[in-house]
Design a protein around this ligand. Sequence first.
Ligand SMILES: Cc1ncc(C[n+]2csc(CCOP(=O)(O)OP(=O)(O)O)c2C)c(N)n1
Ligand SMILES: [Mg+2]
Length: 560
Amino acid sequence: MANRTGGQILVDQLLIHGATDAFCVPGESYLAVLDALHDASLKVTICRAEGGACMMAEAAGKLTGKPGICFVTRGPGATNASPGIHIADQDSTPLILFVGQIERGMREREAFQELDYRAVFGTMTKWATEIDDAARIPEIISRAFHVATAGRPGPVVIALPEDVLTDLADVADAQPYQVTETHPSLLQTIDLQKRLWAAKSPVAILGGSRWSPQAIERFTRFAERFDLPVAVSFRRQMLFPADHPNFAGDLGIGPNPKLLKRIKESDLVLLVGGRLSEMPSQSYTLFGIPEPGRPLVHVHPDAEELGRVYRPSLAINASPTAFCAALETVHPPQEIPWAGAAAEAHEAYLGWTEQPAPVAGAFHPGEAVTWLRRYLPDDAILCNGAGNYATWVHRFHRFTKFATQLAPTCGSMGYGVPAAIGAKRLYPERTVVAFAGDGCFLMNGQDFATAVQYDLPVVVVVIDNGMYGTIRMHQERDYPGRVSATELKNPDFAAYAKAFGGHGERVETTAEFGPAFERAVASGKPAIIHCLLDPEAITPAKSLSTIRAEAFAAQAQKGA
Ligand SMILES: Cc1ncc(C[n+]2csc(CCOP(=O)(O)OP(=O)(O)O)c2C)c(N)n1
Ligand SMILES: [Mg+2]
């Protein structure tokens, strides 16, 4: 192979491993990569801030199961990108972040924007490294793809010293990476069948990554054969069709009490792919630790997650895709003792999600979501960041297909807008909607310019209650009446959209929402729908004043 620059070798490896997209903010620290990209077939998305760029790459990883690719400059570029790394880490998403680095000969002098990336990213990546030799680029990039996708997927950070990228090397390309599969053994599938045959009230919970449409289809058939109620973990609604008669709902924030009861009373919990971390486990109250309090069959692609928090009765180290393939061999007993349980669980789910209760104010976010439920195509992608506004989406929308949900299980604000842009760049033919609070939106709202730049007609629904509502809610619960550092004075978000070259709408009543959404889609432009929400409408169940009144009453009772 003829001499190539480090930058060229790197870009060639990305293409060999099947990368199609890269998200970046440029920097002088990796000019040789930018130069190699000039003639490469990789689709590059230039972003306005590294936080958004890295989240776009993470969103691509979530949708495709292949590592999202992001390039940022050293120092400030890298630290700006860190929320995306944290999301990929907690959400088990494959991601590779390339960071420019100072020349090798300047190390340890605290040169301009110098950072030790192994130290900075060491605790929130699966691997953080630096390339020392252009001839080793194929080896390191190949390893990065394997590490990011193996076991529990996650982020890899690779620092690129400037002079390694301009060095010439005569080195052979690597071959495309292989995804490492871990399958359940025959004995384990027999053991699982035995346990199911002995159970009286089993329930399944699906979570984590490494799923596929085929795996979901297979799990659905298994659930049908066994009449099994199927729940999904926090923000993992896309793992089981909500309109399926076995769907029991999600273990999110403020879940259906009937679902919690069913899980607590179950005599066999089949947890596939998830970790049952703080949110889905309801702050670690749903199961005992380490003894879960009921038999737990835990299936996870990373051996080290099994027994990490909960001691399983049966631990199966397998990816959800491999496990679901093996489920084809697991057969139900002739008579199912819990027959009818799935229908009952689904009925309870429908009762909990069919119709939102009235809230204060003229605009009802729950009604907006139920309108969208009917309007949006099945494969529309719904994105959000963190904030109470997201509760309405997750409770009232019906996710029915894989790769339709981009929601950070780690609760990072500012994710919805970049995730939507990343998704639309990958799938221009699909409808993509981002939900954002007034707080959430302005954390990465400037990347709306990226949607305009690439002609990506995403629809952003900004739900404006004039506050960091979630924190205000917690304040009213714990320190009633003492509002501190949670109020916001907002811009006109519809005018913001127009100033960027997009389409803007202002919505003050529920009735205005549907027509505004239709106009936004018809505009063919990236759009923002600015919805004004009464601050009282803080949750689907309780108003802000009710939460405060309850907290005052509890204080009075304590004092009495
Ligand atoms: C990056 C980041 N910063 C801070 C927080 C803490 N936090 C969680 S929700 C929230 C408020 C969100 O406000 P907004 O987007 O307006 O949504 P609302 O709760 O009002 O619906 C904050 C500050 C977070 N989760 N992520
Ligand atoms: Mg808000």
